[in-house]
Design a protein around this ligand. Structure first.
Ligand code: CA
Length: 233
């Protein structure tokens, strides 16, 4: 990694909020561009692939943040996305993660929380780019994973994983056969201590849907009652 500051794209149509985010992210040492519409965000993303992260509001004037995120992922753009979702809308959080977002923050949010999430994702990304401790290429069951290329296939069929799903998979692959607690996953993969362990369970379910023949009878991503999870290649 170079010493260049991370460049972040903030996609938010509420000008006061956008300006406040820009200022505070810049105070943290990031470079920040703003986009007020999904269209403008799309144009910026076409111009440069230098964004380390995107902060993406769900409610935009021209299309939803979900649609934009999904479009990015479909186009092979895996830049980490933190979604700004509406208060109390549990459905939004699920939809956000399913559209390929890496994390979400519920509006109105504490600035400190958002900055912590941004820092967490960027640290995790640096860790992943430095190779973590997993091999770059691995196979288990009928899956093949090229971590560097972000290419995952099951039976030769391409499987789309989000950055966070890939990081979680990388951690499991680096620790085969070992019981791994939720706290450890939070600390090592999420780089957080405050997240709900329910989040981890949701991600495990997603890995099972991707990789298990029968997600209700997992053979690779095993639950260990009262202890956490275990990956069996
Ligand atoms: Ca908005």
């Amino acid at each position: 990694m170079s010493d260049q500051p991370h460049r972040i794209l903030v996609v938010e149509d509420e000008e006061h909020l956008a300006a406040g985010l820009k200022l505070n992210l810049e105070l943290e040492g990031y470079e920040v561009d703003l986009a007020g519409t999904a269209r403008e965000a799309g144009e910026r993303l076409l111009l440069t692939d230098r964004y380390a992260l995107i902060v993406l509001d769900v409610m935009l004037p021209d299309r939803s943040g979900f649609e934009l995120c999904k479009k990015l992922r479909d186009a092979g753009n895996y830049t980490p996305v933190i979604m700004l979702t509406a208060r109390g809308a549990a459905q939004d959080r699920v939809e956000g993660l399913e559209s390929g977002a890496d994390d979400y923050v519920v509006k109105p949010f504490e600035l400190d929380e958002l900055l912590a999430r941004v820092g967490s994702i960027l640290r995790r990304q640096a860790w992943a780019q430095n190779g973590g401790v997993a091999p770059q290429l691995t196979a288990f069951g009928r899956a093949r994973v090229a971590f560097d290329a972000h290419e995952v296939t099951v039976d030769g069929r391409r499987v789309e994983l989000t950055r966070l799903e890939l990081d979680l998979l990388r951690y499991f692959v680096a620790n085969p056969g070992r019981v791994i607690g939720r706290d450890e996953l939070l600390e090592k993969v999420w780089k957080l201590r405050s997240h709900s362990s329910r989040t981890i369970d949701n991600f495990i379910s997603r890995l099972r849907r991707h990789f298990e023949d029968d997600p209700t009878q997992p053979r690779h991503f095993l639950s260990v009652r009262g202890a956490g999870y275990k990956f069996m290649p």
